[in-house]
Design a protein around this ligand. Structure first.
Ligand code: GLY
Length: 367
């Protein structure tokens, strides 16, 4: 039997596959062909060059592939519009299927096009980065950026299946791999102490590490469980929001430093360290020893726990108040009661946050 797990969402449930990916994909494409359903694949220039053999082996022809420039800038209204026009000009219909072959940018862009074209067509995720494998390809968040901020337009649109092939990580740059590890570590921090301990025992996690596919699988199963219980992040406490541990701080860093200055995983790594300090401050059960363990594991994996150069506390706090995850009730932070046990929390004293920013190298001078 093929190794897979199911994201349980009633009629929108779908499998995540972890082995024999190439043959499964070929089978899927052949089946579409048999049913006379057209299929299209979205990828970026770099992946197209590196994995042309892989894409061809799946059964795609050049005319069925939509290639975008690599990088976050492709999550724009103009690339989104071009993708919709590509589908329309190729007479894609309600039975057509879109394949997203790439990292988070490709998955979010293709997913949003699938969600909105003809009010929704089926799509598949084939994540090629570690971050996409353990986070963005699972759970149905799709979207694009506006000049005013990241992910401001989007939809919840679940894929029909996710195909995870560890072999695709071989060509992933090391810093991108480390960025994905931040999300892996996050799952240990929010809900799985045993996973955190396993990672701490390994120390420096490598792309060809024997355990990696099991670790990815474990992360996907945590995410699947969280998403099944709170698909659209509407729970009044905890729920899917717990997946945002460190992200409020991380998004503020990315925003103030300028998008592209920090990889997402680098920014949230600093965010995890701040969240650990906040947890230590707000509850006695999270100790300075816990914070030190979190810091050690992040640093062993090449992830930062302080800013590369000082950013203004005032601007960072302003960015926090603009975070799209804020609710009418205010800013919602995620803290840990212990490693592996996270909670949402509102009403945190702003002064406390100021002190924590200073601890990671922010500056009180306004810039
Ligand atoms: N990346 C957080 C979520 O999918 O909810």
């Amino acid at each position: 039997m093929t190794d897979s797990l199911l994201v349980q969402l009633e009629e929108r449930s779908y499998p995540i596959y972890f082995e024999s990916i190439q043959s499964l994909l070929k089978k899927e494409v052949d089946q579409l062909e048999k049913e006379n359903k057209t299929r299209f694949l979205v990828t970026d220039e770099n992946l197209k060059a590196t994995h042309s053999g892989y894409i061809k082996a799946m059964g795609f022809e050049e005319s069925e592939i939509f290639v975008v420039p690599a990088g976050e800038r492709s999550k724009s209204i103009s690339v989104y519009k071009d993708l919709l026009s590509f589908l329309a000009s190729n007479a894609a219909n309600r039975d057509s299927v879109l394949f997203a072959f790439g990292g988070g940018v490709i998955g979010d862009l293709a997913g949003f096009a699938a969600a909105s074209y003809l009010r929704g067509i089926h799509f598949y995720q084939i994540p090629t980065s570690l971050l996409a494998m353990v986070d963005s390809s699972v759970g149905g968040k799709t979207g694009i950026n506006l000049p005013e901020g990241k992910n401001l337009v989007g939809a919840f649109w679940q894929p029909k299946a996710v195909f995870i092939d560890q072999a695709l990580l071989e060509t992933l740059p090391d810093n991108e791999f480390a960025s994905g590890l931040a999300e892996v570590i996050k799952y240990g921090l929010i809900s799985d102490k045993a996973l955190f301990e396993q990672l701490a025992k390994i120390g420096e996690i490598k792309k060809d590490s024997k355990n990696l596919i099991d670790i990815i699988r474990r992360c996907c199963s945590i995410k699947a469980e969280v998403v099944s219980k709170d698909e659209q992040e509407t729970a009044s406490k905890d729920g899917r929001a717990l997946l945002n541990l460190g992200h409020t701080f991380g998004h503020a860093i990315e925003n103030v430093a300028g998008y592209g200055s920090y990889l997402h995983g680098e920014a949230i790594s600093i965010g995890f360290y701040i969240a650990s300090l906040l947890s230590e401050n707000l509850n006695a059960s999270f100790s300075s020893k816990d914070t030190a363990e979190v810091k050690k594991l992040l640093e062993q994996n090449g992830l930062p726990t302080s800013l590369k150069s000082p950013l203004s506390v005032e601007l960072l706090n302003k960015a926090i108040t603009r975070d799209k995850k804020n609710r009418a009730s205010g800013i919602r932070y995620i803290i840990m009661k212990a490693i592996g046990d996270a909670r949402t929390l509102e009403g945190v004293e702003p002064n406390l946050i100021n002190d924590l920013w200073l601890k990671v190298g922010a500056s009180e001078e306004s810039h």
